[in-house]
Design a protein around this ligand. Sequence first.
Ligand code: DLL
Length: 435
Amino acid sequence: MSGAFMYAPEVERLDRPALARLQLERLRGLLAHAYANVPHYRAAFDAAGVKPDGLRHLEDLARFPFTVKADLRDNYPFGLFAVPREQVVRIHASSGTTGRPTVVGYTEADLDNWAGLMARSLAATGVRPGDVVHNAYGYGLFTGGLGFHYGAERLKCSVVPMSGGNTEKQIGLIMDFGARALAATPSYALNIAEVAEQMGVSLVDAPLAVGVFGAEPWSETMRAELDRRLGISACDMYGLSEIMGPGVAIECEHRVGLHGWEDHFLFEIVDPETLEPLPMGAEGELVITTLSKQALPMVRYRTRDITRLTDEPCACGRTHVRILRVTGRNDDMMIIRGVNVYPSQIEAALVGFPGVAPHYLLTLTRQGSLDHLTVEVEAEGGRDEDDRAHLARQVRHHLKSLVGISSEVIVRLPGELPRSQGKAIRVRDLRKEGT
Ligand code: DLL
């Protein structure tokens, strides 16, 4: 395919008044659909004293109630579906750590929109029709595998439905099939890079050119690491099952924040404490309303993800609002001796630090009434014990001055920490067990 290809529906470049008109029309339809067909929404709207036809302007949405993950759990499994179950042609679920899984459903039209948005997302990163797309996101109840699969097919790519795991085999196929794009979690992409190096395979010299990474928080330093070790341009992809799956927002080739697809979603930032809407540019919790979902309409869904929006123009010409890199989830924020910190901030400080490999594990314990953070990292290459102890002191000092937290640092031997196959487990929180 020629480099001039552009999969750029006009809707991505609508001016603000036209986009707002489209959103208002769709929002009215969505609210009416939710109110008419989902007892939970009817009760919640009634309790808040709002009616779908009372919405005149987009700003009026602020009077509508939020939806939270517990609402999905309380209505397990299909209670929030707004269409008869027979019209739901796909069901996904996320396991969560406790309790019932979160169940989501799609009509045929929902799947069609999802594939279309994923195709637009992949195209924005520079993936082209005809490209071989190696899909290492997990297939199954997780939305990553199938979400990418149908999007890449819609864009007319050749999709390799690899799923996660079996890393050496993955690398063989990436090379043999000449994959141009790699779709994976960033932590699994790093695992692929490392195993390739151990096998003596140079992915940097392979046709691989684009990485579409998401499903977990990652840092700019991790991006630089993945760019360099895989010889790619690594783009950030954001999404969540409750709203659709992957393809809610994507970085274009300029990689300056993720374009949120405003023709299908309405994005707000609210103060996570007061729940008041915050102005453009302010940091807070991302709240999303779906504008076109049939099976599972979501009204003001609190994502728990902390980020900022920007409406500064992007060099690509797309007018949709950009979501800045999601630093972490509200639930993942650690308070270490009074300092608020996200795992991705620690990652940003660790990755690229001389002598340290980009693998880490954070463990939280309670010592007396104080939180205690242990940071385990791996040494790069063989180092003796004294060397590692010296390195640990340097890392400890670096974390203190850069992130402002005191921690205990242990430098492990190469390969000692677990490797990711999908979403990485970065934090072990042992505080609840009273350790
Ligand atoms: O992770 C959907 C997805 C698949 C997105 C593949 C991108 C690529 P869930 O399993 O429901 O859905 O998890 C959603 O993961 O609320 C965020 O906390 C986190 N997350 C997803 N993408 C990013 C990202 C998929 N790019 C939850 N940066 C979300 C940071 C992310 N966090």
